[in-house]
Ligand binder design. Sequence first.
Ligand code: ADP
Length: 284
Amino acid sequence: AHVETLRAGDDPGDARRAVIALHDLTQIRKLEQMRADFVANASHEIRTPLATLIGFIETLRGPAKDDPEAAEHFLSIMDDQARRMSRLVNDLLSLSRIEMNEHMPPAQAVDLVDVVDDVISGLEFKARARGIEIEVGAEPGLPSALGDADELAQVAQNLIDNAIKYGRNDSRITVRLFRTTQAPRPVGLAAVMDAVAFSVTDQGDGIPREHLPRLTERFYRVDSARSRQVGSTGLGLAIVKHIINRHRGHLAIDSKPGEGSSFTIFLPVAGSADGARPVRSSAA
Ligand code: ADP
């Protein structure tokens, strides 16, 4: 609509403005398309378990009415599906909350070692059930990261949970916490960043290279049958990416098919010049 109102007059700037307006319009259309795709995908993801639930309710009322064993089996499937929907809605809500705050970087000093330890305690049972061992190594004297403890716990949770879900039985997950000044940054920004880094490396099947650039898109899955089987929502890495963006950090993904994958996040150090913002303690 912007473009039609522009007339090319004598001012040579007009043509340039028209080109910029056209560019903006393309950008707006693209965003509108992404939003429409997102709503369609989210609806589809919710409709699938809902259809299963409705189907089984009918079965329980009819054919399985007098068969307690079959009824128990159907109820356990219904339980799985209802939980799946609940995870999906929780993830959608997290994502929209993070997006809403993306322009405001969090400014607590967060002890990542504590955060990661808590998350691992919560996931150890699930890992052990598949014979997976989680090994943690933290650099002594690691400085605090500038961020939000709850959001960073969610990042650690999603990355370690994926390493368990997509790791091999009886394998090892390696978690590392270290400081680095060599953190990669998007082109155009400083090449060096004083960062606290956190990496999760698994010994899973790995991810073919062509999928890597799209991995953090909402609902993107490499192998949808496998993902569904492990109870995935397809939103875990999208949430990680948005949290890291809000932290002005960086996410690096490295994977070798057949060997495993490594996800590393880089966060600003609390109190360093690079953080450039006043820092409060987050102990509370
Ligand atoms: P999901 O809920 O499906 O796990 P994610 O956004 O966390 O959603 O991950 C997106 C996809 O990336 C997954 O479906 C899976 O195909 C792939 N993936 C994520 N982490 C790993 C990993 N550690 N090893 C192999 N594939 C992975």
